[in-house]
Design a protein around this ligand. Structure first.
Ligand code: TYD
Length: 207
């Protein structure tokens, strides 16, 4: 049972089709079995305003800086309305994507300079950083094949192979730069294997 301490903020990243959702679902179930109060959420989205912005961003072409501003606008609402209150209430937040995605997609994918994203990140969430970021790493071609089997592509998912290679490289570079915050798992491995690797890392926080 968690004490009245601050909750844990855990984010999940990876190219589209890496298998994040499956992992988040499995982890949420296991954590609840450990009597941890879990909030599952996602970006862009997680609030009514954020979900409305998500619909716009996933459906409509726009300038990359506009896209960045909307991502961070949705994020601000999410941090203020959902993430901070949950953490303050000792809940663990499992969040499907956060600011690392903006550096990977808007930064590496679309060419928005990192220093602009730094400014937005500072504005929107100050010193708040994930306690752990799970990078579900996978070859983008394999991820594309997986996606094609399960759903129609949104505006991001129709991007080129080169775009997704850039996104993947940016994620791996961020993980290498901050090894204490990141856990990199092989998204090509069977889902239960990936789940147990993540649980191994979380076990330090579970009593
Ligand atoms: P996601 O919810 O992972 O997609 P899906 O529900 O289809 O699995 O993310 C939606 C898209 O948003 C994804 O293609 C990546 C993009 N994205 C950014 O470009 N920047 C960001 O900061 C975030 C959070 C997401």
């Amino acid at each position: 049972m968690q004490t009245a301490s601050r909750g844990r903020f855990i984010t999940f990243e990876g190219v589209d089709g890496a298998g994040k959702s499956t992992q988040i679902e499995a982890l949420a179930q296991t954590l609840r079995q450990h009597r941890v109060a879990v909030v599952r959420t996602r970006e862009p989205g997680g609030t009514p305003l954020g979900e409305a912005l998500r619909t716009i961003m996933l459906g409509q072409a726009m300038d990359p800086l506009t896209e960045s501003l909307l991502m961070f606008a949705a994020r601000r609402e999410h941090v203020a309305q959902v993430i901070e209150p949950a953490l303050a209430g000792s809940q663990w937040v499992l969040c499907d994507r956060f600011t690392d995605a903006s550096y990977a997609y808007q930064g590496a994918g679309r060419g928005v300079p990192a220093d602009r994203l730094d400014v937005l990140a500072g504005w929107v969430h100050g010193r708040l950083q994930p306690d752990l970021t799970v990078l579900v790493d996978i070859d983008p071609d394999q991820a594309r094949q997986r996606r094609a089997q399960v759903r129609a592509a949104d505006r991001f998912e129709t991007e080129s192979a080169a775009f997704f290679q850039a996104v993947r490289s940016a994620y791996l570079a961020r993980a290498a730069a901050e090894p204490a915050r990141f856990l990199v798992v092989d998204g090509g491995a069977p889902a239960p294997v990936v789940t147990s690797k993540i649980l191994e890392r979380l076990s330090q926080w579970l009593r």
